[in-house]
Design a protein around this ligand. Structure first.
Ligand SMILES: Nc1nc2c(ncn2[C@@H]2O[C@H](COP(=O)(O)OP(=O)(O)OP(=O)(O)O)[C@@H](O)[C@H]2O)c(=O)[nH]1
Ligand SMILES: [Mg+2]
Length: 422
């Protein structure tokens, strides 16, 4: 039934329409030139470029800014507290606690290093490889996934100069590879890395997946594009992992995620799901751990009770959100009702018996201080009144009733209207 309604056409074929119904249909048809309607939001830079007027000079940065992030990605980033937040006067976010159950992987140990194809160790266990530009965070991620300090890390690009094989509890291998792109290493050394990686990818029968790491700040660069072409040519399955997500603003991260998903959707070997992690903050790692376990067919062993715990944690998170929203909504409703009722009662009090209340009467009393009260100190003296409080006085004697309260208020106090009528 729902399907039938969803697929129904408007206006129904052969239906008789009123002129008022026809006019908007005509306008829509003229506007679209008879073509099918375009989606409301452009989701790729290319789509935006096509849409931009030919005379409009729009930079890639502007095009990126116009992307509409996916709300589901934003929600996921909120849950995982991934992405940076501006700590300014204007942005103050409230994070809700999501106790994501950790996926525990066994500790890793280094067991082989290979500088040439001849020195690859025997292919015995399923393997997952980590590739990417130099300094993108491959070694850091290998360490963080298994809670170890097995791989060496540096902020100088080019530290890892061979294929490093790590074994995880005799269940699977993780392979940390040298990075491509700029590196602080001799040119002949860096030039040997790409053929070495290519040989590994082509020859390794136990390679289950390549994790292609991209810096979330930069997205896909020319070197990454070349490497993706190589993976496609060799028929290797690979998955994009955005790293250093703690350094990118949350909204930009969601946009980058969307953009990369669109840019890779035509690639044959690329798995559609783009992962986001921060090795430094250790966030988003569980998604990657789960992927590794699934591709190595170890889900049963490591994730048997995980799904249940995860669902419970998600339910608790959504419950918090719901409670917060309900409280916010009810307190907002109470505030607005209070404001309405106080406005109504003030209006009733201030309204004189004859005619409308003047603008002065409507303004709060504090704003209605007569000009004399605002005069410089030299023209007024303060004196202690009989009840001990200080009151401003004019130079010649006591403050008049007019100084104490506006005329209309004073008259109202005497039970008279502004015109003096009783
Ligand atoms: N802010 C931040 N820094 C990170 C993150 N991951 C890694 N880094 C830093 O990035 C630098 C490079 O990390 P590595 O793990 O050595 O990078 P790599 O890709 O192995 O580099 P090569 O071995 O040279 O190819 C180090 O200073 C890390 O501390 C992250 O998620 N966030
Ligand atoms: Mg490294």
């Amino acid at each position: 039934m729902a399907l039938a309604v969803a697929s129904m056409r408007w206006p129904p074929r052969g239906a008789l329409l009123l002129p008022a119904q026809i006019a908007p249909l005509r306008r829509r048809q003229q506007h679209s030139g008879g073509r099918a309607r375009e989606p409301r939001f452009a989701t790729t830079v290319q789509a935006l470029q096509e849409r931009a007027r030919p005379d409009e000079q729009v930079s890639n940065r502007q095009l990126f800014a116009r992307l509409q992030p996916d709300p589901r990605t934003m929600e996921r980033l909120d849950m995982l507290q991934l992405g940076s937040e501006k700590q300014g006067r204007f942005v103050r976010r409230r994070w809700f606690r999501y106790d994501e159950p950790d996926v525990k992987l066994p500790h890793i140990h280094f067991f082989a290093g290979a500088k040439s194809a001849a020195s690859f160790p025997a292919a015995t266990l399923p393997e997952v490889g980590f590739v990417g530009r130099s300094n993108v965070g491959k070694s850091t991620l290998v360490n963080q996934l298994c809670g170890a300090l097995a791989a060496r890390v540096s902020d100088r690009p080019g530290l890892t100069q061979q294929l490093n094989f790590y074994t995880a509890g005799d269940d699977f291998h993780l392979v940390d590879m040298p990075g491509y792109g700029f590196a602080y290493a001799k040119e002949e050394v860096t030039q040997a890395w790409l053929p070495l990686i290519e040989a590994y990818i082509r020859q390794r029968p136990t390679l289950r997946r390549v994790m292609l790491l991209l810096d979330a700040r930069h997205g896909i660069k020319a070197g990454d594009r070349d490497f993706m072409d190589l993976l496609d040519r060799t028929g290797t399955k690979y998955q994009i992992v955005l790293t250093k997500c703690d350094l990118v603003h949350r909204i930009d991260l969601a946009k980058q995620h969307l953009l990369i998903a669109r840019q890779t959707e035509r690639s044959r070997g690329c798995v559609p799901r783009v992962l986001m992690v921060s090795g430094r903050q250790r966030t988003g790692l569980n998604d990657l751990r789960k992927e590794i376990l699934h591709v190595c067919s170890l889900g049963q062993k490591y994730l048997a009770t995980h799904k249940k715990k995860e669902l419970a944690a998600q339910a608790a998170y959504h419950e918090q959100l719901r409670t917060f929203n309900d409280t916010a909504r009810s307190s907002k409703g109470a505030r607005s009702q209070e404001a309405r009722s106080s406005e109504g009662s003030r209006g009733r009090e201030a309204r004189p018996r004859h005619g409308k209340a003047s603008a002065r009467d409507k303004a709060p009393v504090r704003d209605k201080a007569p000009a004399r009260d605002k005069a410089p100190a030299s023209t007024t003296r303060t004196a202690r009144s009989s009840d001990g409080s200080r009151e401003p006085r004019t130079r010649h004697g006591k403050a008049s009733a007019r100084d104490k309260a506006p005329a209309s208020t004073a008259r109202m106090a005497r039970g008279r209207g502004p015109n003096g009528h009783g």
